[in-house]
Write a new protein. Structure first.
Length: 79
């Protein structure tokens, strides 16, 4: 059995490498306004190419994992 994901037409699915702002905000569970605020402040990882802003999925996952680890360390008393 193959591990290839298929789209609704039965074709191999294209992996999602980056999200546009609306998709990224939805994936993070925040408003687009908050995402733009975090983007301007350099809080959330993103790539800007001309007028296009993209949020790489692998980078967002690593960023979230790191923030969760930092929070767990603080709450667990680890310094």
């Amino acid at each position: 059995m193959s591990n290839t994901l298929l789209n609704p037409t039965g074709e191999p699915a294209t992996p999602c490498l980056a999200l546009r702002p609306r998709e990224a905000a939805r994936a993070l569970g925040i408003s687009e306004r908050t995402l733009w605020s975090w983007t301007r402040a350099g809080i959330v990882p993103h790539i800007r190419q001309g007028k296009t802003v993209l949020y790489p999925t692998s980078t967002l996952t690593a960023w979230l994992d790191e923030r969760a680890k930092m929070k767990a360390d603080v709450e667990g008393g680890v310094e």
